[in-house]
Design a protein around this ligand. Sequence first.
Ligand SMILES: Cc1cc2nc3c(=O)[nH]c(=O)nc-3n(C[C@@H](O)[C@@H](O)[C@H](O)COP(=O)(O)OP(=O)(O)OC[C@H]3O[C@@H](n4cnc5c(N)ncnc54)[C@H](O)[C@@H]3O)c2cc1C
Length: 290
Amino acid sequence: MLQDYLVPETVEQALSHLQENKGKARIIAGGTDLLLDLKEGKKEAGILVDITKIPGLQMITVENGFVRIGAAVTHNQVAKSDIIRDKASVLAQAARSVGSLQIRNSGTVVGNVLNAQPAADTAVALTALGAVAEILSPAAKENLPVEDLYAGLGKSAVDSASQLLTMVQFPALSTNQGSAFERLEQRKALALPMLNVAVVVSLSGEQFEWARIVMAPVGTKPVRATGSEAILTGARVTSEIIEKAAGAAIAQANPRDSALRGSREYRLEVLPVLVRRALESAVAQAKANS
Ligand SMILES: Cc1cc2nc3c(=O)[nH]c(=O)nc-3n(C[C@@H](O)[C@@H](O)[C@H](O)COP(=O)(O)OP(=O)(O)OC[C@H]3O[C@@H](n4cnc5c(N)ncnc54)[C@H](O)[C@@H]3O)c2cc1C
């Protein structure tokens, strides 16, 4: 049962609330996942520590070539941000595809990552961007890649009863780079997609320098299609090589059969199409930028 709702104004206050109420308090941001989890008894917390009024966590900035997104930033703020549209459009697309307007107005990108659903739209995009999260505990600060925040299906490596994830950061895309997001969904009311794919490519003239291809839900967390990435590294940009790389993505995909989100066979059939489309869009963006 909820006993208190605390609204700190600084990160230090938030951490001391967690420390003083050892194990009983828990961070809340938009509450779109947490309130349902509390109601259904999947998580427990007597005290909620609301971080959305901490000014330092409300910012989207770009500094020294790195984009930073604070933990109180919502999906809509990310989707509308000129910085994100310009420097990481894959993330703007992913944030725009989350739930409904109300969900996007209160749900945060960081909360989406910490809920640890494999198909969390912004976690898939952040993994493709090579994003790293800053995590504070009362006595320590650590930086972890977003993909390493998944400790299992629906289980985060961050303990929200004692730790605060303050922000995620990643390199801003430069002029020879492009990115794209593809999503297969049954209908808009469905909370999570049947499949989603995020791609970032870096070109050197007519060649791929490198590519990061991330797909979900085809495992317990967003999955890198490293075999496809290896096919593209150093290869000439042609539709044949894109087709070949897209086809290879299924080797690392292990989707489950789902009555709600489609059969394994169907998802394996469609996945290469989404990867191909995302690669084509990302290449087109990189060429238009350079
Ligand atoms: C109807 C509906 C539709 C949805 N559709 C989609 C969809 O299409 N795609 C999609 O990806 N998701 C979807 N979602 C889920 C999405 O809304 C959430 O994942 C959201 O982004 C979570 O953010 P939040 O700020 O609300 O997190 P909260 O619910 O506040 O918190 C989530 C978890 O993270 C912890 N936490 C939050 N912030 C921090 C922090 N800074 N440090 C430490 N711990 C923290 C909390 O304690 C909690 O355990 C949907 C949800 C609903 C209800």
